[in-house]
Design a binder for this molecule. Structure first.
Ligand SMILES: N[C@@H](CCC(=O)N[C@@H](CSC=O)C(=O)NCC(=O)O)C(=O)O
Length: 292
């Protein structure tokens, strides 16, 4: 189907590499939401029945990443091919010379650090609408260009784990399952999150609650449930300082929200950690994706 609606979406294929019987591909397109050209990567598993809709998993990457870190480093394609899961890997911020960046080009604000929020503050709000891009614009494009099942799974790492959890907890009917590696779960109470939220959302901390997993689980988790898996390395140097994983587990325990939190001795914050456990995340999501 790719290419048939290229004129209307501005979708262009940048690269295609055969991989485990499927295809690793990269596309660019015009984003109306972010007001810039964006790139994203996909892995399309080997397809036996072209009429069947593919189960799809969105992967949200962390600070400094593009759409390419996960496809190059996580080693997810072999198991995604076996399970027949399509992987969709967006970029982490709007891109281009006209896009505002941190004044000092800091790695934790601006380009590569969109935090999956809809910014309300100058100079960010005109382009930094990553929440709407991930929840609405990109899925609409994917559904137009590929045959995918109605509900997707969503996963991510660190800032991307925060994105996956907040998006899933706010849109439990759109996603079938969520998982995260070393997610920032309480951004309102750590340096990375406070810096981003002060800049993108302003000083009123009430406006931060819609993007804080702990707060969202308290608000939504009493009434609704989405299957959740979280992995955390115990040698992760950001574990305590950036409020990764543990505060959300505490809320889940308090509410009786069923979710699996796993801690792994010796693992750090890197893609080596992700590569070590990505297979079980894919199998976890496959179970829920294939129920549709
Ligand atoms: N450069 C920074 C840390 C940057 C970093 O560790 N980025 C992680 C995500 S951290 C949270 O969102 C990452 O995925 N990097 C890309 C990679 O391919 O490893 C520092 O020096 O502290």
């Amino acid at each position: 189907m790719v290419g048939t609606a290229a004129e209307t979406t501005g979708l262009a294929e940048l690269s295609a590499n055969k991989c485990f019987g499927g295809w690793q591909k990269r596309y660019s397109h015009k984003s109306n939401v972010l007001k810039c050209d964006m790139q994203f990567s996909v892995f399309i598993p080997p397809i036996s029945d072209p009429n069947e809709k593919l189960p799809a998993l969105y992967w949200l990457s962390g600070l400094t990443c593009t759409d390419e870190n996960f496809s190059a480093k996580a080693g997810a394609q072999r198991v995604a091919a076996e399970l027949g899961i399509m992987l969709i890997m967006p970029d982490t911020s709007p891109r281009g010379d006209h896009i505002p960046d941190a004044a000092d080009a800091a790695y934790d604000l601006g380009l590569g650090a969109g935090f999956y929020v809809n910014a309300t503050q100058e100079p960010w709000h005109n382009h930094y609408q990553m929440y709407d891009y991930i929840v609405e614009e990109l899925p609409a494009l994917i559904k137009k260009e590929f045959r995918v099942k109605e509900k997707a799974a969503i996963a991510g790492h660190s800032m991307g784990g925060h994105g996956a959890l907040t998006i899933a907890l706010s849109n439990m009917k759109q996603y079938c399952s969520v998982s995260a590696f070393a997610p920032i779960v309480n951004p309102s109470d750590c340096q990375w999150g406070q810096k981003a939220f002060n800049n993108y959302l302003g000083e009123n901390q009430k406006d931060w609650e819609a993007y804080d997993s702990c707060m969202l689980m308290r608000q939504q988790g009493k009434f609704l449930h989405i299957p959740m898996l979280v992995d955390q390395g115990l040698d992760d140097n950001f574990f305590h300082t950036q409020k990764l994983t543990k505060p959300l587990e505490e809320v889940a325990l308090e509410l009786g929200y069923e979710a699996e939190f796993r801690y792994h001795a010796g693992y750090d914050h890197s893609y080596f950690f992700i590569a070590s456990f990505i297979e079980s995340h894919l199998r976890f999501h496959a179970e829920h994706l294939l129920k549709q």
